[in-house]
Structure formats: structure tokens, C-alpha cells
Design a protein around this ligand. Structure first.
Ligand SMILES: Cc1cc2nc3c(=O)[nH]c(=O)nc-3n(C[C@H](O)[C@H](O)[C@H](O)COP(=O)(O)OP(=O)(O)OC[C@H]3O[C@@H](n4cnc5c(N)ncnc54)[C@H](O)[C@@H]3O)c2cc1C
Length: 334
């Protein structure tokens, strides 16, 4: 693929409407490129999504990434963060967390009134194909994409903005990108969403870092800015190692019971205070750390105008997903 081929790029297909794919798409669209985003789920967001909890009141619970740690947003992500702040999609949040019995605080950004506000702001004006799982791609001067029910043609470039283990499932991806994706290990996790009749704790704490064998943390979702403070909603995140080990062997009901028992024991609450509990399982949730990622920003195929971005290309945080999408958009047109 020559540089000349890249400069005339007019129409780009992005597979995956998570933070990396949407950041890449919106940055490209701002630069005059026609972009179409393909997402296998009903809505965009990926691992930055919110569960609709109560349709009548509009309450949601952030079931993926709970916030963006301010200290992790390096200069590249900062430019995207600033536009999200300007658009009112996020705000600053001083988080009080309890860790080993001590209370400490850190600064974060959080979506208003839910984390999906980030995704909505990034997808504004984009062409998004929902429930469109891409199963294959093929290149013959331009790209064609195939889903289970349709095909889409005449793209100058394709961006794979999906977790590494899902890249491998797409037919037609070249060996270099498949090999890079195969080198990346993801862990699973579970999110138990809870609504309680009364708070699980009464002190000024937003997150309890449990760090037990099954539970990693309990986040008081209702204490985030812009939430309904009268509805005691929580997101309980499991330990990735535990979730990975029993992902294919334990039933969701069993996992829900295990996590609920641990959460109630940790906070000394009774089952009768639980109004509603729901589990979401993530097969590809986290990389274990920056060293697990490629740390190269994004990948560019040497054979065709095919690219990959996502947290796994740059690091292990949501800030890295922003950076990866941003870096790719700003470099693929060079
Ligand atoms: C429970 C949980 C807690 C987390 N906590 C934190 C945290 O505290 N701090 C932090 O920094 N990060 C956290 N993360 C990680 C963070 O969410 C991710 O780093 C970030 O959201 C990754 O974004 P992405 O765009 O790279 O990938 P994704 O969000 O995974 O987006 C990929 C998208 O591609 C779609 N897709 C996949 N295959 C296909 C296909 N074949 N066709 C079409 N679409 C497809 C998926 O449905 C998805 O929407 C957490 C993640 C989870 C799940």
C-alpha cells in the first residue's frame, strides 16, 4: 500500500463502536472522510455501556468502565476529553474510595447522566449500522464487508476497532494483524448490578475496593454526579482471574448468587434489602496491564489499507482506547 493510496482515502468502514472506533470515526469525519461504523450489538458503547435499569424513570447503571481516571489521560486523550467536557457529555468527579480500610481520593471524569453519554457525543452525526456483526472482509482495489445478512462495498480503508480475540474471528484479515492479535491475552469479568432499599454503607464513600477472591470492587453508581440520589444503585465488579476461570463452566445464576453473597457479606447487608439484581458477563473485559498490550498506538497492514485500533494496541485503559482511535485517525490520512 503506497502513501498515495492513503491520501485519496474517501470512504472508511470502522468495525466496532466502542470508544476507540467512535473516536477514530468522529476524528476522520471531522476531516472530511465519509465514515460508516458497524456494530454487532443493538447500540454503540462496547465496554463503555450503561444498563437501562428503569425505563420509566430513565435510570441506568454503568455496567462497563465506571469512570475515566484523570491521571491516566495523557495529552492525546486530553483533546478528546476537552471536547466531551465542552459538549457536557462528561464532568469531573472527585472519587472517594475505601481501600484496605483507608479512605483515599482521586480525580476522574464520568459521563452525564450515564457513561453512554460519551458514546452518544462521539457518535453524533455518524452513520452507524447496529446489529451488524462483520464476519468477513475482502479487498479488490476497494474493500467489501460482509455481515450475516448483508454486504457493503467500495470502502477505501477498513479499521478493526474490536478486541484482539474478536479480530481473529473475521475472515480476510491479513496474517500480520492476526498474529499481532493472537499475541494479546484478555481477561473476563462480571458486573453484578444491584438496587438496594437502603444504602450499602452510610459514610462518604463512592467505591469500596474489596479485592477479595471473587469481588474486586463495589461502586455506588447513584453517588456519581447527575444520578438519582434517591435510588441506591450499585455496580459490583468481579475479580478478572476468578471470572476467567469459571467463564465457561459456571451458570450465570450461580455467578450471580456467589457475587451477591460476597457483596452483602462485605457490606454487612441482608438479602431482604435487595430490590433487584442482574448480571452481565464480559468475555473480553481487560488486559492485565500496559505490558499486555502492543503499546504501538494502532496497527497498519503492509499489504492493504487495513488498520486496527483499540485499548490493546496502546495500553489497558479507556484513556488508551481514546488515544488509539485518535492516533489512527490522525495518521492514516498522512
Ligand atoms: C466491567 C469493566 C470495567 C472496566 N473498568 C475500567 C476502569 O476502571 N478503567 C479503565 O480505564 N478501563 C476499564 N475497563 C476497560 C475499558 O472499558 C476499555 O479499555 C475500553 O472501553 C475499550 O474500548 P475499545 O473501543 O478498545 O473496545 P470495546 O469497548 O470492546 O469496543 C469494541 C466494539 O466492537 C464491537 N464488535 C466486536 N466484534 C465485532 C464485529 N465482528 N462486528 C461488529 N462489531 C463488533 C463490540 O460489540 C464493541 O462494541 C473496564 C471494562 C469493563 C468491561
Amino acid at each position: 500500500m503506497s502513501r498515495d493510496t492513503i491520501t485519496i482515502m474517501k470512504k472508511v468502514a470502522i468495525i466496532g463502536a466502542g470508544i476507540a472506533g467512535l473516536t477514530c470515526a468522529s476524528e476522520l469525519q471531522c476531516r472530511g472522510v465519509q465514515v460508516e461504523v458497524f456494530e454487532k450489538s443493538r447500540g454503540p458503547g462496547g465496554r463503555s455501556s450503561t444498563k437501562r435499569w428503569d425505563q420509566t424513570s430513565g435510570i441506568g447503571i454503568d455496567m462497563g468502565v465506571p469512570y475515566i481516571v484523570k491521571a491516566q489521560t495523557k495529552p492525546l486523550a486530553v483533546s478528546v476529553i476537552t471536547s466531551l467536557l465542552d459538549a457536557g457529555a462528561i464532568c469531573e468527579w472527585r472519587v472517594n474510595q475505601k481501600l484496605n480500610g483507608q479512605v483515599e481520593s482521586f480525580d476522574a471524569y464520568v459521563g452525564i447522566p450515564r457513561m453512554t453519554a460519551v458514546v452518544s457525543a462521539l457518535s453524533n452525526g455518524l452513520t452507524l449500522h447496529r446489529q451488524a456483526r462483520v464476519t468477513g472482509i475482502s479487498y479488490n482495489e476497494t474493500w467489501s464487508l460482509f455481515t450475516e445478512s448483508s454486504s457493503y462495498h467500495h470502502f477505501d480503508a477498513v479499521v478493526l476497532a474490536i478486541p484482539a480475540p474478536q479480530v481473529i474471528l473475521i475472515e480476510g484479515v491479513d496474517d500480520a494483524i492476526v498474529n499481532a492479535a493472537q499475541s494479546i491475552q484478555f481477561s473476563a469479568t462480571n458486573t453484578l448490578m444491584l438496587e438496594m432499599q437502603s444504602p450499602m454503607w452510610f459514610d462518604d464513600i463512592d467505591i469500596v475496593q474489596v479485592n477479595g477472591p471473587k469481588i474486586l470492587s463495589i461502586i455506588a453508581d447513584y453517588r456519581k454526579p447527575g444520578r438519582n440520589r434517591g435510588r441506591f444503585t450499585y455496580a459490583v465488579h468481579s475479580q478478572p482471574g476468578w471470572a476467567t476461570n469459571q467463564f465457561d463452566t459456571q451458570s450465570p445464576d450461580h455467578i450471580l448468587d456467589d457475587m451477591l453473597t460476597d457483596a452483602l457479606t462485605t457490606t454487612n447487608r441482608s438479602t431482604r434489602l435487595v430490590m433487584h439484581a442482574k448480571l452481565h458477563r464480559w468475555k473480553y473485559a481487560y488486559l492485565n496491564g500496559p505490558a499486555e498490550s502492543l503499546q504501538c498506538g494502532y496497527i497498519r497492514s503492509t499489504q492493504s489499507p487495513l488498520f486496527a485500533c483499540g485499548d490493546w494496541c496502546q495500553g489497558h485503559t479507556i484513556a488508551n482506547a481514546f488515544e488509539s482511535g485518535y492516533l489512527l485517525a490522525h495518521n492514516m490520512l498522512l
